[in-house]
Design a protein around this ligand. Structure first.
Ligand code: 13P
Length: 252
């Protein structure tokens, strides 16, 4: 583990979260002690409809809130889309871009993702850029080249540790209960680190590399202990305060 990088555990609520779920978030905020906040950063990326209320619950406490996608433009005739300035206005400090569900469901290309990341930066948001191979790509022995290519094309020039986080999320591990072996995660994160250094120089050593895909309380400690894993992007297990905070507390 790189001890100089402060880890980040981010929850992705996806298309989940109604007013009643603010209680779960409140419980997370209560459980995030100052001692834990010194060891790990913690964020919930909620649905756009809840963001300002999540921020209201979080206040100036250590858990930050983020969006799940943004349009590349600041405003305009894009019915149903949400822009980075809107997310910032609602209290977000980050936004996920290029999640595999958006790449698959909305045909987003790595060039789109790169434009969205730059839009995020323009509004002062950290871009959490997601990459990951499909099951077929892994079986074909193409996982590392596929993810490397996604990184090269999705990470804009000028990426810095303070405005960019990378999340490696193998598509086949999302929502399935399956995870790569810790050796496979180590191999991929080492490859991703190298691509980042080639891409943005020494700064690439400082950018956080999260692992995502079926992270649960039971497997979090082993995954978070892998070299070059600087935290987690958590889907299903981030909906319950008890599960999510158990994952964050692996850093305690
Ligand atoms: P799960 O943790 O539910 O597998 O989801 C991972 C994910 O897609 C987070 O962005």
């Amino acid at each position: 583990m790189n001890d100089t990088i402060k880890p980040l555990v981010a929850g992705n609520w996806k298309m989940n979260g109604l007013t009643a779920d603010l209680d779960e978030f409140r419980a997370m905020c209560q459980r995030m002690t100052p001692a834990l906040a010194k060891k790990a950063d913690c964020m919930i990326c909620g649905p756009a409809t809840l963001l300002s209320r999540l921020k209201g619950v979080a206040g100036e406490g250590p858990i930050t809130v983020g969006g799940q996608d943004c349009h590349a433009a600041r405003n305009g005739a894009h019915t149903g889309d949400i822009s980075a300035p809107m997310l910032a206005d609602a209290g977000a400090s980050a936004v996920i871009v290029g999640h595999s569900e958006r790449r698959a469901d909305h045909g987003e290309t790595s060039q789109d993702v790169r434009n969205k990341a730059m839009a995020a930066w323009s509004s002062g948001l950290t871009a959490i850029i997601c990459v990951g191979e499909t099951e077929a790509e892994r079986k074909a022995g193409q996982a590392i080249p596929v993810v490397s290519d996604q990184l090269i094309q999705s990470v804009p020039d000028g990426a810095q540790a303070e405005n960019t986080v990378i999340a490696y999320e193998p598509v086949w591990a999302i929502g399935t209960g399956l995870t790569p072996t810790t050796d496979d995660v180590a191999e991929m994160h080492a490859a991703a680190r190298k691509v980042l250094i080639d891409r943005i120089g020494e700064e690439g050593n400082k950018v956080r590399l999260l692992y995502g895909g079926s992270v649960k309380p039971a497997n979090a400690a082993a995954l978070m202990a892998v070299e070059d894993v600087n935290g987690a992007l958590v889907g299903g297990a981030s909906l319950k305060a008890s599960d999510f905070m158990a994952i964050v507390e692996t850093y305690n």
